[in-house]
Design a protein around this ligand. Structure first.
Ligand SMILES: NC(=O)c1ccc[n+]([C@@H]2O[C@H](COP(=O)([O-])OP(=O)(O)OC[C@H]3O[C@@H](n4cnc5c(N)ncnc54)[C@H](OP(=O)(O)O)[C@@H]3O)[C@@H](O)[C@H]2O)c1
Length: 299
């Protein structure tokens, strides 16, 4: 099958391309040059924010299925540049959805737990979104754009994505490992509940949703454990046998541009019932993260 992935240089998109290579005919779409390891996929340099080029790339490829994982994900950057956030996260999703509709291609658009306000998480798919901040609003509107323009599509929400594979970008989880390894303390929010999602696990679930189901609507494809960031950091440290100081901080005590949902996180019972690929509990996910890290260090 001809399968396209946007955001292919990203955490989730990169993991999806790695999974697809050798199984399908793959078009990886990203901004600029590929930063992925070489492999049997085509690359298209296309900007989600320019109104047209991703749509053209998908049409030229005659995509049959599309995982839309590209987005402006810098939450404070979106707050600084709300128009850019809208252009990329809503306009970009419109491009992708229009192409899918024209091609009759199946679409899964990736979204976030930030569509919720964080008053009462972890959230199920039927809970009412109430996005706060430019990133959150643009992602929520991106969800609606996908549903309106590509009827029959699915939206897959993930949260706090991380990966230990070589070349994957820095995240909270990798910072915990790196800082504690250097003997530096780590600050972690004690009042933010999250559902950390190992990119490779989230990618496998969303790809199964894309390629093996015709599920329409929202599905949470995050990790199976909701926990606060201090607990997350402690578990990362324990898995890596790292000692050192993890300092709990309150969100209100740190100057952040964009609001953060506090009691966020995603319930994943629906994904667990629908998919063969199961949401990973935190300790199983951290086992895989640790194995990726060992591969990265020895590479
Ligand atoms: N990261 C998280 O913690 C998190 C949490 C919840 C939901 N999500 C959602 O999960 C999905 C995947 O994100 P991720 O975790 O893989 O984040 P990521 O690593 O930041 O990936 C996003 C990708 O989108 C690309 N991109 C940004 N602006 C673009 C543009 N104008 N044109 C083309 N490509 C552009 C980025 O390109 P560059 O690599 O060149 O910057 C990046 O490769 C997104 O929908 C995101 O909103 C992420």
């Amino acid at each position: 099958m001809r399968v396209a992935v946007t955001g292919a240089n990203g955490l989730l998109g990169g993991a999806a391309v790695a999974w697809l290579v050798g199984r399908h005919d793959v078009l990886a779409i990203g901004r600029g040059a590929s930063r992925l390891p070489p492999g049997a996929f085509r690359w298209a340099d296309a900007d989600l924010g320019d109104g047209r080029s991703v749509e053209v790339a998908l049409r030229d490829f005659r995509a049959e299925a599309v995982l839309h994982a590209g987005a402006m994900t810098d939450v404070d950057g979106c707050e600084r540049q709300p128009e850019a956030a809208w252009r990329v996260n809503v306009g970009g999703t419109e491009q992708v959805a229009r192409a899918c509709r024209a091609l009759r291609a199946r679409l899964v658009a990736v979204s976030t737990d930030y569509v919720f306000d964080g008053a009462a998480g972890p959230y199920g798919e039927d809970d009412l979104p109430n996005p706060r901040g430019a990133y959150a609003r643009s992602k929520r509107c991106g969800e609606e754009a996908a549903f309106l323009l590509a009827p029959g599509c699915a939206v897959a929400r993930v949260a706090v994505v991380y990966s230990g594979r070589p070349g994957a970008k820095t995240t909270f989880a990798t910072q915990v490992v790196e800082k504690l390894s250097r003997g530096e303390p780590v600050k972690a929010f004690s009042d933010q509940i999250v559902s950390p999602t190992l990119a490779e696990s989230g990618a496998a679930m969303t790809l199964e949703l894309l390629l093996e189901t015709d599920f329409h609507g929202v599905l949470h494809t995050a990790g199976a454990t909701a926990l606060d960031r201090v607990d997350f950091a402690r578990r990362v440290a324990a898995r890596f046998a790292l000692e050192g100081e993890i300092i709990p901080v309150h969100t209100a005590d740190v100057k952040l541009l964009a609001p953060r949902p506090l009691r966020a996180g995603l319930r994943v019972e629906r994904a667990a019932a629908l998919l063969r690929e199961q949401p990973l509990a935190i300790d199983a996910a951290l086992d895989r993260f640790h194995a990726q890290w060992l591969g990265r260090v020895s590479a």
